[in-house]
Design a protein around this ligand. Structure first.
Ligand code: NAP
Length: 441
């Protein structure tokens, strides 16, 4: 009897786990469940639309999905259509790979004003995630502020500032392209609560900000230290490179650019200004002591019409799984919640690392499952299929995704790789033959 495993979530953590399970020296059947009809999680809806080479990893995931031992259950929401308890009954092992879909709350006064968004929502919006299709940000002010100094903050700033010509090879969702490219945004402030040495963006991403069409990177050179001081290892090389890049930016003189990205450091957000709609953001100037941002009591304001908080993600509690509210993840021991129940990726260890960081999680989970689980003769996908049919759930499979994929590719205007579908209803209409994908949804 094969070992029956259900993986909840079809992002990188889910797919690396599936691939690792297939390499075990025993017969394994893997069902990957996702609440969207489209697989690949953050590779589709998180990775920036102008970073297509990063998205190529989905070709590896596709090979895994096409393995005879793997099935994809799309458009199935665990917690709504089927419970974790039911999955645990039906399968020998259940793996949660649901990522960190929520924004860490900023908690400052005014954070609920119109025009303030978390990066999960804003990135989801420009990447065509159905949850954020109707976010409809009013981009009617020349200045936008992005809070955070990680790679997500850099992604958001870059997508807001890039010209339409620079985005022709991207899969920026139509609705976002229309809104961003019609907007008057000329200045984006990228604000970190600590200094340039503590910034978390990687150097390739930082340098990219110096090569955008018609855009000047702006930084006040006086705040940059000459060197990074005593830091060890890989961190040291990264920080040195970042500091050198920022020094190079600081020396640039305007040469007719019409847009600017302002790197602001030592700036901790304290309040969103404005009535119902954001009109500005107040920061407290900080200094860094023992690695922490400490307020100086001095404040300054930036007038703006958009604030995107790119300050980290958190996972969401699932009925039937434990949850650590403070950390925003599922407590676990190296990936094991208990025998037969596992967790991988951001919901296991928090929102850090790159896509390939999930490979190690997948290998570890597969190893634990191999050790813990007998081939219990459980029914696996057969039972799930029956349950979903009884409940009238319109489950989609990987062949359906390939139909949607082909429709997106066919609808694109080259050199764009695809024209994204962003409404589940539209996707299902296409699968039902009720829509030939000539109109955008
Ligand atoms: P991140 O790298 O952890 O950055 C989060 C940023 O938010 C930090 O600058 C942090 O400052 C700041 N922050 C947190 N709480 C704050 C608060 N209350 N007020 C102001 N600032 C606050 O996270 P991320 O940018 O969301 O990225 C998540 C992971 O995905 C990272 O590992 C990232 O490298 C990866 N990623 C990679 C790429 C790529 O490779 N191109 C693209 C996107 C994402 P402190 O440092 O002071 O805490």
């Amino acid at each position: 009897m094969p070992l029956q495993v259900a993986i909840v979530g079809s992002g990188p953590a889910g797919f690396y786990t599936a691939a690792a399970l297939l390499k075990l020296d025993r017969e394994v059947r893997v069902d990957i469940i996702d609440r969207l009809p489209t697989p690949y999680g953050l590779v589709r809806a998180g990775v920036a639309p102008d970073h297509q080479s990063t998205k190529n990893v989905s070709r590896n995931f596709e090979r895994t999905a096409l393995n005879d031992g793997v099935d994809f259950f799309g458009n199935v929401e665990v917690g709504r259509d089927v419970s974790i308890a039911e999955l645990r009954d039906a399968y020998d092992a259940v793996v949660l790979a649901v990522g960190g879909p929520l924004d860490r709350p900023s908690g400052i006064p005014g954070a609920d004003k119109d025009g303030v968004f978390g990066a999960a929502a804003f990135v989801g919006w420009y990447n065509g995630h159905p949850d954020f299709r109707d976010l409809d940000p009013r981009l009617d002010h020349p200045t936008a502020v992005v809070v955070g100094n990680g790679n997500v903050a850099v992604d958001v700033a870059r997508v807001l500032i890039r010209s339409p010509a620079e985005m022709t090879t991207s899969d920026l969702a139509d609705h976002a392209a229309e809104a961003i490219h019609a907007s008057p945004i000329t200045d984006v402030h990228l604000c970190g609560r600590r200094g340039p040495i503590e910034a978390k963006f990687t150097n390739v991403e930082l340098r990219e900000m110096g090569g955008l069409d018609g855009c000047l990177p702006v930084i006040e050179g006086g705040i940059l230290p000459d060197d990074i001081g005593d830091l060890e290892g890989r961190d040291q090389r990264l920080k040195e490179k970042n500091l050198a890049t920022l020094h190079e930016f600081a020396e640039r003189q305007p040469a007719g650019e019409t847009k600017r990205v302002h790197f602001r450091f030592f700036a901790s957000p304290v309040e969103i200004l404005g009535d119902d709609k954001v009109e500005g953001i107040r920061f407290e100037q900080t200094r860094v002591e023992a690695g922490r941002a400490v307020g100086t009591g001095e404040t300054f304001d930036i007038d703006c019409g958009l604030v995107v908080n790119a300050i980290g993600y958190r996972s969401t509690p699932l009925a039937g799984a434990p949850f650590d509210e403070a950390a925003g993840l599922v407590p676990n021991d190296g990936g094991r919640i208990e025998n037969g129940f596992y967790v991988v990726g951001w919901v296991m260890r928090g929102p850090t690392g790159v896509i390939s960081s999930n490979r190690g999680d997948g290998n570890a989970a597969a190893g634990l499952i191999d050790t813990d689980c007998d081939d219990g003769g459980r029914p696996g996908g057969e039972a799930l299929t029956t349950l979903l049919a009884e409940r009238g759930v319109r489950r989609t499979d990987f062949a359906d995704w390939r139909t949607l994929d082909a429709a997106e590719i066919a609808a694109a205007t080259p050199p764009a790789p695809r024209r994204k579908l962003s409404r589940i209803g539209k996707m299902l209409d296409i699968l039902d033959g009720a829509d030939d994908r000539r109109s955008v949804g």
